[in-house]
Ligand binder design. Structure first.
Ligand code: SAH
Ligand code: SF4
Ligand code: F3S
Length: 441
C-alpha cells in the first residue's frame, strides 16, 4: 500500500500544539505518516487560533497558500480545525470553497471518520459541536525520539470569561482530567525518556474544582513530583485570582518544581482590571508576587499585558508602567487589544485608537527590554542548573539548555551531556539568552 502523508500547520498556544500532536497520533492509526513537506501531503490540516485578529489573518493566509497544492494534486484533502474553526464553523467555506472539512476543538477524535467520509463520499463534513467529555484529551502522543520535555494537558476549557477573550467560547467550560490519568501519562512519558513535564491548562490554578475527585493543583504537583524519572515540573497558565497559598508552599517544598511562573497581569490599573473581569486588584497581584518571591527569591516571573483595552486612559497606562517598574518581570508577552466577536469588551465604549495602542505597546516593550536585560545581567556570576536540550543553534561547539527560569543558556560542551542536568556559571546575560561555562563536578 502506498504511504499516505499528513501535513499539519499549527497556530496559537501550546494547547493547539498539543492538539496537533494528538491529531497526528489518531491519523497514524489510519495510515497517515507525518511529513514536513506540504507538497507531498495527501491530507493537510490547518489548526488555527482565534485569540487576536492577527492570529486569524495568519491562519487564513497559510490556508490560501496550502490550498494551492490542490491544483497539482486533485486528490489532496484539506481540513480546517482548532479554535479558529470553532469560531467560524461553516463560515470557513465562505472564506474558501476548496476546504473539504471543518472540525472544532471537541471533535478531534472524529478526524479519521471525517477524512473517510470526505474520501469515500466526496462531500463536505463539518463537526463543531461541543460535548460534555472531550474524547481526545486522553490520547497519548509519544514525544519525538530524544525529547527531554513534554506537555501534559491537565484540563480543558475556561470558565473565567475575561471581557476581551474568546477562549471560553472556543474551548468550552472548564474540565479537569482525573489525577490518575495524568500521572499515568507522565509515567509513560518518563519511559520515553522525558524528564521535564509542563502541565497545561488555561487556568491550572483552578484544577480539580467542581469534580468528583479530591485533588487540587498543589496536590497534583506533589503526586507528579513523586514519579521517578521526572526531574522538573513546569506549568502554564496560572490565573492570579486562583493562585493559592498551597501553590506558594509547593514552590517552597517541591524541589522539582521549577522556579518560574507565568502569571498574566494584563493591566496595572484597577479600573481596567475590573472592566476586564479579571477578578483581582493590583494590590492582590503584588501581594502574590511578594509571597512567591519570599519562598523563592530568585524565581523568574513572566507575564502577559494588553494595551489599549476599551477605556484605557493615559493614566491607566501609566499605572501599568508603574506596576512593571515595581515588579520587574523577567519577560512579558504584550499585545494590542484586539476586538473579538461575542466578547463582552466589544460592547464597551471608549475604544482606544490604533495609533495610540501602537505607541503604548512600543513604550511598554522598550521598558520591558530594559528589565529583561537587567534581570539577565544580574544572573552573571550565578550558578544555574541547566537541563541540556541539544546543540546550540549559534555554534557547533556549544550546547543549549534552559535554566529553571526558562532562560536559554549556551555553553561549551560535548553531545554526551544532552539530557543531563548540569551546573553552569553564567558569564554574560544578553537580552534573549545567557552565555555560561559548565562547572565540572
Ligand atoms: N488562559 C491564559 C491566556 C490565554 S490567551 C490566561 O488567562 O492567562 C494569552 C494571552 O493573550 C492573554 O493572557 C492576553 O494577554 C492575550 N489576549 C487574549 N485575548 C486578547 C485580545 N482580545 N486582544 C489582545 N490580547 C488578548
Ligand atoms: Fe481567556 Fe481569561 Fe480564560 Fe485566560 S482566563 S483563557 S484570558 S477567559
Ligand atoms: Fe489560540 Fe485557542 Fe490557544 S484561540 S491561544 S489556540 S486556546
Amino acid at each position: 500500500m502506498k504511504n499516505k502523508y499528513l501535513y499539519i500547520e499549527t497556530f496559537g498556544c501550546q494547547m493547539n500544539v498539543h492538539d496537533s500532536e494528538q491529531m497526528a497520533v489518531l491519523l497514524s492509526g489510519v495510515g497517515y505518516q507525518l511529513t514536513d513537506h506540504a507538497q507531498k501531503a495527501d491530507l493537510i490540516l490547518i489548526n488555527g487560533c482565534s485569540i487576536r485578529d492577527k492570529a486569524e489573518q495568519k491562519a487564513f493566509s497559510e490556508l490560501g497558500r496550502l490550498l494551492k497544492f490542490k491544483d497539482k494534486n486533485p486528490r489532496l484533502i484539506v481540513g480546517f480545525g482548532g479554535c479558529l474553526a470553532q469560531h467560524l464553523g461553516e463560515k470557513v467555506y465562505g472564506r474558501d470553497k476548496r476546504v473539504d472539512f471543518v472540525f472544532g476543538t471537541h471533535n478531534i477524535h472524529q478526524l479519521p471518520r471525517m477524512v473517510d467520509a470526505v474520501l469515500k463520499e466526496r462531500r463536505r463534513v463539518t463537526q463543531v459541536a461541543f460535548s460534555d467529555k472531550i474524547e481526545s484529551l486522553g490520547i497519548f502522543a509519544p514525544p519525538p525520539p530524544g525529547s527531554l520535555g513534554a506537555f501534559v494537558s491537565i484540563m480543558q476549557g475556561c470558565n473565567n470569561y475575561c471581557a476581551y477573550c474568546v477562549v471560553p467560547y472556543l474551548r468550552g467550560p472548564e474540565m479537569s482530567r482525573a489525577p490518575e490519568d495524568i500521572c499515568n501519562e507522565v509515567e509513560k512519558l518518563t519511559r520515553c525518556g522525558v524528564q521535564e513535564v509542563t502541565l497545561l491548562g488555561q487556568n491550572v490554578n483552578s484544577y480539580g474544582q467542581n469534580t468528583a475527585f479530591d485533588c487540587d493543583f498543589p496536590k497534583l504537583i506533589r503526586l507528579i513530583a513523586r514519579i521517578d524519572g521526572i526531574r522538573r515540573i513546569r506549568f502554564t497558565t496560572s490565573h492570579p485570582k486562583d493562585l493559592s497559598d498551597g501553590l506558594v508552599e509547593c514552590f517552597q517544598s517541591e524541589k522539582k518544581l521549577c522556579g518560574h511562573i507565568h502569571l498574566p497581569v494584563q493591566s496595572g490599573s484597577n479600573r481596567i482590571l475590573k472592566r476586564m473581569n479579571r477578578g483581582y486588584t493590583l494590590e492582590q497581584y503584588l501581594a502574590k508576587v511578594k509571597r512567591l518571591r519570599s519562598v523563592r527569591p530568585t524565581m523568574a516571573i513572566t507575564s502577559d499585558i494588553i494595551v489599549g483595552f476599551p477605556g484605557e486612559t493615559q493614566k491607566d497606562f501609566e499605572e501599568t508602567i508603574d506596576m512593571m517598574e515595581k515588579i520587574r518581570f523577567d519577560s512579558v508577552f504584550s499585545f494590542k487589544y484586539s476586538e473579538r466577536k461575542g466578547t463582552a469588551a466589544r460592547q464597551l465604549p471608549d475604544k482606544v485608537p490604533e495609533a495610540e495602542k501602537r505607541k503604548r505597546l512600543i513604550r511598554l516593550q522598550n521598558l520591558q527590554n530594559l528589565h529583561t536585560q537587567e534581570k539577565n545581567t544580574a544572573l552573571e556570576g550565578s550558578i544555574q542548573q541547566v537541563l541540556v536540550e541539544g546543540r546550540s543553534k549559534n555554534s557547533d561547539l556549544d550546547l543549549m539548555g534552559r535554566t529553571e527560569g526558562w532562560k536559554i543558556v549556551n555553553f561549551r560542551g560535548g553531545s554526551d551531556l544532552i539530557g543531563a542536568l548540569v551546573d553552569v556559571e553564567i558569564t554574560r546575560g544578553f537580552l534573549h539568552s545567557l552565555r555560561g561555562k559548565m562547572i565540572e563536578s
